[in-house]
Design a binder for this molecule. Structure first.
Ligand SMILES: Cc1ncc(COP(=O)(O)O)c(C=O)c1O
Length: 361
């Protein structure tokens, strides 16, 4: 296959997943500069990216710490040369312990826990493999997914970790996932601060019990600015800000949409046209995508390999025309593709495999 490097977009076959590198640069600069100004670490969530080349690109621009949702994503990060990784999730079951211990030997690795049995399992595994794992207690600050309740339950679990061989108690995670897309910014801020108070209140209780709490981490792209700089919080963990999508862009317009799917018009009717990419290339779990730079063209239906876009096609659209489609959910779209093209000023600069796409282990 001829190299795509240096090719203009018109020369490419479609569909293709494009990442606009100038927009990524601006998004990274905005977030990392804000982190520096506010004295918090920005840990970038790799579940939004899943691509080792992109992790290296972010590292070269100052983002050296990452988190992941899954063990396989953490392994891809380590293979890409990232050495500070938080798996922001519970790792359960004997099948995963060997992999976790091997990874803990290669990088500074942390996981989240929310129950004592899991702490015991992790401790046994790390002892057996002669390594140490950092552990954060996940606190449920309102999302009602994983996590212990703030307060006494979290203190008891922190004490349990601090007593467990092979483990190091490193702090707390409280993710306000239920607030990320609250449309009203004032309401989002008020609720985020309320949730945060439970997290830092728990920090104070653990410190009172004589256990240091070096890391307190939380927030996503929707709440980053309320959490960054809040007293008692040491880091934020957004992911979508790097690539963005048309849903997140409505609540966070300061970050540009870098991810798009290059598609070709394959059929034209008077009131709509149809593109050669559908839900197998553009995630629709958060809703309909947008057509880049075409405000009067409205995507109304995705089937597996087609997107229907409604507009007055009479004078403007013909078969073979190109469109860039901005998905409603960047993270789920990255998960659908095996490679992405980094483009700058309309030309392909790099081609990266998306190593962790389609993997759930
Ligand atoms: C634990 C955790 N932290 C942070 C985030 C923030 O990610 P994003 O910035 O994409 O909303 C998520 C999103 O799912 C998450 O699960």
């Amino acid at each position: 296959m001829p190299s795509m490097i240096g090719q203009p977009l018109d020369a490419l076959d479609s569909p293709q997943l494009l990442l606009d590198l100038d927009i990524i640069d601006a998004n990274l600069k905005r977030m990392f500069d804000a982190g520096k100004d506010r004295g918090v670490n920005v840990r970038t969530h790799f579940k939004s990216l899943k691509c080792g080349g992109l992790a290296q690109y972010i590292k070269a621009r100052g983002g050296t710490t990452f988190l992941s949702a899954k063990l396989n994503e953490a392994e891809v990060l380590a293979d890409a040369g990232i050495t500070d990784i938080l798996i922001a999730n519970q790792i359960i079951g004997p099948q995963k312990m060997q992999r976790l211990a091997s990874l803990a030997r290669r990088v500074t690795l942390r996981v989240c826990v929310d129950q004592a049995d899991n702490v015991d399992q992790l401790s046994r595994a790390m002892k057996e493999h002669g390594t140490t794992l950092g552990v954060l207690v996940e606190v449920d600050i309102g999302m009602a997914r994983c996590g212990v309740l703030p307060g006494a339950d979290a203190v008891a679990l922190a004490q349990h970790i601090a007593r467990s061989p092979g483990l190091r108690f490193d702090g707390l995670q409280g993710y306000d996932g239920h607030l990320q897309l609250v449309a009203d910014a004032k309401e989002r801020r008020a609720k985020s601060l309320e949730a945060l108070e439970q997290l830092v209140g728990t920090r104070r209780l653990i410190e009172k019990a004589g256990i240091p709490v070096p890391i307190v981490t939380g927030a996503g792209t929707g709440t980053w600015e309320f959490v960054a700089g809040y007293p008692g919080v040491t880091e934020i963990q957004p992911g979508s800000f790097v690539l963005m999508d048309c849903i997140y862009n409505t609540v966070r317009p300061e970050f540009g949409c870098a991810l798009s799917i290059l598609a070709t018009v394959i059929s034209v009717r008077p009131q709509w046209y149809t593109l050669d990419a559908g839900s197998k290339a553009i995630s629709k779990d958060f809703g309909m995508p947008c057509v880049k730079s075409k405000l009067d063209e409205k995507a109304t239906r995705l089937s597996e390999e087609h997107t229907k876009v409604e507009c007055d096609t009479a004078t403007r659209v013909k078969v073979g025309d190109r469109r860039e489609v901005i998905p409603a959910h960047c993270c789920a779209t990255m998960n659908l593709h095996r490679q992405c093209l980094g483009v700058r000023k309309g030309k392909v600069e790099t081609v990266w495999p998306i190593e962790a796409s389609g993997r759930y282990d």
